[in-house]
Design a protein around this ligand. Structure first.
Ligand code: GDP
Ligand code: IMO
Ligand code: MG
Length: 437
C-alpha cells in the first residue's frame, strides 16, 4: 500500500497538476477529493499543454485509473466537454478508467447563477470567486438537499427535487439577490436527462474501490485542488473556497481512514500568488508585481484572471505544513526568479512593533500588518534547462536551503519549467520514489 496526498500549500495554482502528472509514472490511481471546476490544473508533455478542471491529472497516463471522489462537486456539462476535449487529444476515457463517486454532488446551472449574482450583490466586499457555482453547490450539500451522482442512475427520482431547486433558486435570485437571472426548469432538466444517460456508466463506489486498491498494494495519489490557505476553515476566511483543502480532506472526501495515507507533499511556488480578493501580506506592489506576473505567466488556467504576485511567505507556509501534516515541499517556478538581483523571504509579520507569528484570524487584523523579510542574493542564470541539483547555480541552492530552514521542512523536488522533464529531485521521501520509474 502506497499513497500520497498532494496539496497546494499556498493560495492555489502552485503547480499541483504538473507534479501529480510527474509522479504518476508508476501510480495506479489518481483521485480528486474536493473542489470542482474552480480548479485549473496544467500539464505540459512534450511541449503540449493540457488544462484540466475536473479530470484528475493522471488522465494522460493510459495505465492510470482516475476517480472523482465523493467530496468533489461536479458540473456534468463541464465534465462532458472536458472528456471530449481530452479524448480528442488522444486519451482513452472509458468507464472503469474514470470513475465518478456516486456520493459526489452535482453543480447545476442555478448554482452558477447564484454564485455570480451573490458576488455582484456583495459589491466591494466580493470574494472574487471563480463564478463556477462551487459555493452554492456545497451549500445545498450542507443543507441536505443536493443532487448527487447516484441520482444520475435514476433520473425519474431526481426530477421533482431539481424542480424544487429551480423554484427556490429563482426566488432567491429575484427576491434576495435582486438579480435578473432566471433558471428555466425545462432547459436544466432536458440537458441533465441527456447527460445522466452518458455519465451513468461512470458512476461507482469510490470509497470501496480505493480501499480495495490500497489493500491490494496499489499506488494511489490523492490530488488536492486549490490550496491550504483557501481552506474553508483553516484558510484566510472569509476569502476562501467552500471546501476543505487540507490534506486530511482526502480521507473525508474519498471515504477511507487516515491511516491509509503514507505521505503528504505540499506544492509551493518559490514566490506566492493569489487570485481574487483577500489578505496577502507579502503582495508585491507596482512594477515588480507586474514583472513577476509576466515572467511567471500568472494568469488563471481556466478563467484567465491575472494573479496577484508576492514574495514567498514562510509564516503562511508553516501554517500549511502544520494543518496538512506536510512531510516535504516541492518548490515550483524557481526559473521565474532568474534575473532578480535580490530575493525576499518573509520570516514573520510585525504589527505595532510586535511580532505576529501566524496568519491572523480576521480580515480586520491585517490592518497595519507588515511582512518582515530576509533578503538573499538572486541569480542571473537561466536555469530552465538544468536537470540536476548539483548543476544548479550556488545561489539557487542557497535560496532553497535557506527557505527549507525557515519553514522547518525538507524540500524534496524543485521545478524549473512547466514540462514533466523540468523537475529536479533533491531528496524525495522513499514512498514518493515508489511512484517514479
Ligand atoms: P495548479 O492549479 O496547482 O495545478 O497550477 P496551474 O496549472 O493553475 O498553474 C501553474 C502554472 O505554472 C501552469 O501554467 C504550469 O504549466 C506552470 N508551471 C508549473 N511548474 C512550473 C515551473 O517550475 N516553472 C514554470 N515556469 N512554470 C511552471
Ligand atoms: P487550483 O486547483 C487559485 C479562489 C478564487 C477565490 C476563492 C473562492 O487551480 O489551484 P470559489 O470559486 O472556489 O468559490 O472561489 O478561491 N480559487 C482558486 N484560486 N486556484 C484555484 O484552484 C482556485 N479555486 C478557487 O479565486 O478567491
Ligand atoms: Mg490552477
Amino acid at each position: 500500500m502506497s499513497s500520497i496526498v498532494i496539496v497546494g500549500a499556498q493560495w492555489g495554482d502552485e503547480g499541483k497538476g504538473k507534479i501529480v502528472d510527474v509522479l504518476t509514472e508508476r501510480a495506479d490511481w489518481v483521485v480528486r477529493f474536493q473542489g470542482g471546476n474552480n480548479a485549473g490544473h496544467t500539464i505540459v508533455v512534450d511541449g503540449v499543454k493540457t488544462a484540466l478542471s475536473l479530470l484528475p491529472s493522471g488522465i494522460l497516463r493510459p495505465h492510470v485509473k482516475c476517480l472523482l471522489g465523493a467530496g468533489v462537486v461536479l458540473n456534468p456539462t463541464v465534465l462532458l466537454s472536458e472528456i471530449d476535449r481530452v479524448r480528442a487529444a488522444g486519451a482513452n476515457i472509458s468507464p472503469g478508467r474514470l470513475v465518478i463517486d456516486r456520493d459526489a454532488h452535482l453543480v447545476l446551472d442555478y448554482h452558477v447563477l447564484v454564485d455570480k449574482a451573490r458576488e455582484l450583490a456583495r459589491g466591494a466586499s466580493k470574494i472574487g470567486t471563480t463564478g463556477r457555482g462551487i459555493g452554492p453547490a456545497y451549500e445545498d450539500r450542507s443543507q441536505r438537499s443536493g443532487i448527487r451522482c447516484a441520482d444520475l442512475l435514476h433520473p425519474a427520482r431526481m426530477r421533482e427535487r431539481v424542480r424544487a431547486h429551480v423554484d427556490e433558486k429563482n426566488k432567491m435570485l429575484k427576491l434576495i439577490l435582486e438579480s435578473k437571472a432566471h433558471v428555466d426548469f425545462d432547459e436544466v432538466w432536458g440537458r441533465l436527462e441527456q447527460e445522466a444517460a452518458i455519465l451513468a456508466p461512470f458512476v461507482g463506489n469510490g470509497s470501496r474501490l480505493i480501499f480495495d486498491a490500497l489493500r491490494a498494494g496499489e499506488r494511489v495519489i490523492f490530488e488536492g485542488a486549490q490550496g491550504v490557505l483557501l481552506d474553508q476553515v483553516h484558510g484566510t476566511y472569509p476569502y476562501v473556497t467552500s471546501s476543505s483543502t487540507i490534506a486530511g480532506s482526502a480521507t473525508v472526501g474519498v471515504g477511507i481512514g487516515p491511516k491509509m495515507i503514507n505521505s503528504v507533499l505540499g506544492i509551493a511556488k518559490a514566490y506566492c500568488t493569489r487570485v481574487g480578493e483577500g489578505p496577502f501580506p507579502t503582495e508585491m506592489v507596482g512594477d515588480l508585481g507586474d514583472d513577476v506576473r509576466t515572467r511567471g505567466r500568472e494568469f488563471g488556467t481556466i478563467t484567465g484572471r491575472p494573479r496577484r504576485c508576492g514574495w514567498f511567505d514562510a509564516v503562511a507556509m508553516k501554517r500549511a505544513i502544520r494543518t496538512s501534516g506536510i512531510d516535504s515541499v516541492i518548490l515550483t517556478k524557481l526559473d521565474v526568479l532568474s534575473g532578480l538581483p535580490t530575493l525576499k523571504l518573509c520570516t514573520s509579520y510585525m504589527r505595532g512593533g510586535e511580532v505576529v507569528d501566524d496568519l491572523p484570524p480576521s480580515v480586520e487584523d491585517y490592518e497595519g500588518l507588515e511582512a518582515d523579510y530576509l533578503e538573499v542574493a538572486g541569480w542571473s542564470e537561466d536555469i530552465s534547462g538544468v536537470r540536476t541539483w548539483d548543476a544548479l547555480p550556488r545561489n539557487v541552492r542557497a535560496f532553497v536551503e535557506t527557505l527549507s530552514k525557515l519553514i522547518e521542512c525538507p524540500v524534496s523536488f524543485v521545478s524549473v519549467g512547466p514540462g514533466r522533464e523540468a523537475t529536479i529531485p533533491v531528496a524525495p521521501p522513499s514512498v514518493v520514489k515508489e511512484f517514479m520509474a
